[in-house]
Design a protein around this ligand. Structure first.
Ligand code: SAM
Length: 272
């Protein structure tokens, strides 16, 4: 049995699941469970990161919405994402030439390669360049410019706190070519509204355009998960895209429908 604590509240979820492996890395406790309903589950410090059953929704949305907003994404940076699911989706874009993934914890990559073969396929892709470093420190030292920067981090706890701060968003903005697109996972609309608001507000200190998309991800608390998207030059909502890549979930009409309706943006206080 796996009991998941909600990411910031005392609410817990129970899965019928059997522990397959458990590793304490230098950064976190990494566990893999086998469940009847969701297949294998990757858990870090007691929080479900992905399940085999629904990981494609999260990874397709975090990859394909920003990559289709950009007119010609060639150089993509992923911060976090050590399971490889986002890398798999990004590498699939025909115009992308390099995908650099900066993950702090090599043990997450090793675990994913061993236990999640359908998720970790991207690590073998010739476009992939994997570095084991803190994502913020990497950006501080980097001279490269990226067309798209994607943050696929754990919750704003421990080593990931710095990836949710306005200073980090400003740093990321300075490493984007023009026009560039930034996107990050920004937690549950239902349970973590304060975090969603903080992310949107922080992004507005760094980018002229900031918006929010959502997708229903059954295994995450509250189901309705949010991703924040930002750009200086590119229109986000209403940008006429032509999807070069579609997925099991993502398609052009899904892209358009993913933007949170403006009446909800207002009611939820997501814009000042
Ligand atoms: N989809 C997942 C979720 O939100 O449930 C996140 C997936 S991925 C496993 C998150 C990764 O972010 C972890 O492997 C973690 O090690 C990495 N991470 C956390 N802080 C980081 C940092 N400062 N720099 C780079 N990677 C970081």
């Amino acid at each position: 049995m796996l009991v998941e604590r909600d990411r910031f509240s005392p609410i817990t979820y129970t899965y019928q699941a059997e522990l397959l492996t458990s590793v304490q890395s230098d950064y976190q406790l990494i566990e893999v469970y086998q469940s009847a309903d969701f297949g294998r589950i990757l858990v870090i410090d007691g929080v479900v990161q992905l399940t085999e059953r629904d990981e494609y929704i999260y990874h397709e949305m975090l990859a394909h919405v920003p990559l289709h907003i950009h007119p010609d994404p060639q150089r993509v940076l992923i911060i976090g994402g050590g399971d490889g699911g986002l890398l798999r989706e990004v590498a699939n874009h025909p115009g992308v030439q390099t995908v650099t993934l900066v993950e702090i914890d090599p043990e997450v990559v090793r675990t994913s390669k061993e236990w999640f073969p359908t998720v970790s396929t991207g690590f073998d892709h010739p476009k992939a360049n994997v570095l084991f470093r803190d994502g913020k420190e990497y950006l501080e030292a980097a001279s490269e410019q990226y067309d798209v920067i994607l943050v696929d981090s754990t919750d704003p706890i421990g080593s990931a706190v710095k990836l949710f701060e306005p200073g980090f968003y400003q740093l990321a903005a300075s490493r984007l070519s023009q026009p560039g697109v930034f996107a990050c996972q920004s937690e549950s609309i239902h349970f973590h509204l304060d975090t969603v608001r903080e992310v949107q507000k922080g992004l507005r200190t760094a980018f002229r355009q900031v918006d929010l998309i959502t997708a229903c991800i059954p295994t995450y608390p509250g189901n309705l998960w949010s991703f924040s998207i930002a750009s200086d030059k590119l229109e986000l909502r209403g940008n006429p895209i032509s999807a070069k890549v579609t997925g099991r979930y993502y398609a052009e009409d899904v892209h358009r429908a993913a933007f949170l309706p403006l009446s909800l943006v207002e009611k939820l206080g997501l814009r000042d």
